[in-house]
Design a protein around this ligand. Structure first.
Ligand SMILES: [Ca+2]
Ligand SMILES: [Ca+2]
Length: 180
């Protein structure tokens, strides 16, 4: 009887240890300081490279439905290490009634934004948890072996007079690669 109890306890400890392991190779989390006073300050980014999808979840401070935030974001996806810079950008508005799109890009310049990608992708905003979750079918972005992201959030006042940007870390810097 006593042995059985010990065995169960050992199992429980083993299960606990498993859940406390650091993030596995197929996901990564990066934090960013509170440094944007207008719009939805970017605070952290999580990239999960799953079997069928790449899921990017950003966490914000002051993520609100009101258009007065003027908040928007762009997640640049680097899927090809041999070609400098990002190959795709997931761009979207972060306030109520805005839309989103996954575009082919060649580098970071807004002028290099190309055609919308045909394929499955979706963005969802949760104002209660201040999360923006982007799910992108791996197939839609060429089924890459690994992916990394650069994230830029912007807040613009309604009259357009003052746009402020908040990058994840240094401007145009990528996270580490995340393998599938
Ligand atoms: Ca920030
Ligand atoms: Ca690239």
């Amino acid at each position: 009887m006593r042995r059985t109890i010990l065995s169960a306890a050992t199992l429980a400890v083993a299960a606990l240890a498993l859940t406390q392991l650091p993030a596995s190779a197929d996901s990564i989390g990066v934090t960013d300081p509170k440094d944007l006073d207008h719009g939805a300050d970017l605070r952290s980014v999580e990239v999960e490279h799953k079997r069928g999808n790449v899921v990017v979840t950003t966490t914000h401070t002051d993520l609100r439905p009101s258009y007065t935030t003027g908040s928007s974001g762009a997640v640049f996806l680097d899927t090809d290490p041999a070609d400098r810079g990002p190959e795709y950008a997931f761009v979207g508005g972060y306030f109520m009634g805005t839309d989103y799109q996954l575009l082919e890009v060649d580098g970071f310049s807004d002028k290099a934004w190309g055609e919308p990608v045909e394929g499955s992708y979706r963005m969802r905003i949760d104002y209660d948890t201040e999360h923006v979750r982007m799910r992108i079918s791996r197939e839609a972005i060429g089924s890459p072996d690994e992916v990394r992201v650069a994230v830029r959030v912007a807040g613009t006042r309604p009259n357009g007079s003052n746009t402020r940007r908040d990058w994840l870390g240094a401007p145009r810097s990528f996270t580490d690669w995340v393998a599938q």
